[in-house]
Design a protein around this ligand. Structure first.
Ligand code: PNS
Length: 154
């Protein structure tokens, strides 16, 4: 069974993330959406809230699990026996950091590969950081996140 991990903070999940999820499920037998629980950044939504939102958004997609993880991603990957990480690339700004993470992860866990899906151009400007800023200032974030998340936040 080919198990892939789509890791992230998802604080909150955006339309860009959802697009990657829908495409990633076609590449693996099971996709584990791994929600980071111990970031140095203080999240707007707790890990339980982020997981509940993602489970709601993905309830009709088969072969998906949504799980929290602490510590190193390679340790989580090893625990659940996954050898494939999937990440989205919005543009060149993401590239350097993503490549560094992929190479470091592979250094620690040589069987682990990272593949990148290029974000749909309609969503490539969207980031969770900007969505949070808009939410904080009571702005219009409705076109940037899935409708289940709009309901949840409201
Ligand atoms: O959505 P994000 O914040 O861009 O996701 C980043 C994430 C969670 C994939 C990354 O920070 C991560 O894997 N953190 C876990 C700690 C870890 O393994 N760090 C070393 C990476 S080389």
């Amino acid at each position: 069974m080919r198990r892939g991990i789509y890791p992230g903070s998802f604080d909150p999940l955006t339309l860009g993330h959802l697009d990657i999820i829908k495409r990633a499920v076609d590449l693996v037998d099971e996709l584990v959406i791994a929600v980071l629980n111990n970031s140095s950044k203080i999240p707007m939504f707790t890990v339980e809230e982020r997981i509940a939102m993602i489970r709601d958004v993905t309830k009709d997609i088969e072969c998906i699990r949504v799980e929290p993880f602490n510590g190193l991603l390679v340790d989580f990957a090893s625990q659940i026996d996954a050898k494939l990480i999937i990440r989205g690339l919005r543009g060149v700004n993401d590239f350097e950091y993503e490549m560094q993470m992929a190479q470091t992860n592979r250094n620690m866990y040589p069987e682990l590969d990272t593949i990148f899906l290029v974000t749909n151009i309609n969503y490539s400007y969207i980031s969770s950081t900007l969505v949070k800023e808009i939410i904080k200032h009571d702005g219009a974030f409705q076109n940037l996140v899935p409708e289940e998340i709009v309901k949840y936040i409201k």
